[in-house]
Ligand binder design. Structure first.
Ligand code: HEC
Length: 235
């Protein structure tokens, strides 16, 4: 074996295992990743994984996320989980006016113009009088977040009114507080216009279909309720 060939063979023997041991090629199997039991690197922020946690992940410490963050179900227990969500919308003329519009269109048919449960459905037939009043003590004691949530997910036989977008639903909550007599001033009641009337009387079509869940930010409540989520062009 010539010296030259021996040197090349040696190089191969050394280099091939080296190259395969610490490969810098990436594919599905070999890729930058966090291995099982791997410790946080020294430059990662204290207490946090160095790549951050994926949205919606549940910490191994066992804390759970509120049901509404992962579910559009209409089970009472899911609706309960909305109770903690803070109402970011101030009660003012704009909010009450907008809330009244959405209430008149979506809720009054069952819950009644004044919230007493005597809506057009019940007036048509007592058989349809299944919606409870929403000016009862029970409803007065619900948090704003709860009422906002029951609209998003529905509850039991009450359908979801998720087609009312996030920020508009807060206006409905504020308006309902008015119906309940919880505001300084009573709110005006009654129908605003005929079905299909738009312009200054009733809001036009929503940008989302009735069956499509409105976009909602996960996973922090801050993001979801923050006024910064008010869609562009809205007051
Ligand atoms: C199709 C009829 C119907 C419509 C429309 C409707 N609801 Fe309901 N709502 C119900 C029924 C039925 C219940 C009772 C659900 C249950 O048994 O869990 C209810 C319950 C509620 C409750 C809880 C009352 C309580 O005493 O626990 C609130 C608050 C409420 N609705 C608000 C609204 C709002 C706001 C709207 C409009 C966005 C609306 N509902 C539209 C039928 C309706």
């Amino acid at each position: 074996m010539s010296n030259n060939l021996r040197a090349r063979t040696c190089a191969l023997i050394v280099l091939v295992p080296l190259a395969s041991a610490c490969s810098w090629f990436t594919d599905f199997k070999q890729q930058p990743s966090v291995g099982t039991w791997q410790h946080f690197s020294s430059d990662s922020a204290a207490g946090r994984g160095f790549r951050g946690n994926p949205a919606g992940s549940v910490p191994t410490t066992g804390s759970t996320v509120p049901g509404f963050m992962i579910s559009y179900s209409n089970f009472p227990v899911t609706v309960d989980s909305f109770s903690v969500v803070r109402n970011p919308v101030a009660v003012d003329g704009r909010s009450l006016e907008n809330g009244r519009k959405y209430y008149a269109i979506n809720c009054a048919v069952c819950h009644g113009d004044v919230g007493d449960g005597n809506g057009a459905l019940k007036q048509a037939s007592a058989l349809y009088g299944f919606a409870p009043p929403i000016i009862s003590d029970i409803a007065k004691n619900y948090s704003d977040g709860y009422i906002w949530g029951i609209m998003r997910n529905g509850r039991g036989i009450m359908p979801s009114y998720n087609r009312i977008e996030d920020m508009d639903r807060w206006d409905v909550v504020n308006y309902i507080r008015g119906l309940q007599g919880k505001l300084a001033q009573p709110v005006p009641t009654g129908p605003l216009g005929m079905p299909g009337e738009t312009g200054s009387k009733l809001p036009g079509a929503t940008r989302i279909g009735p069956t499509v869940p409105s976009a909602f930010a996960r996973p922090t409540q801050g993001q979801m309720t923050g006024v910064d989520r008010r869609p562009e062009g809205r007051p």
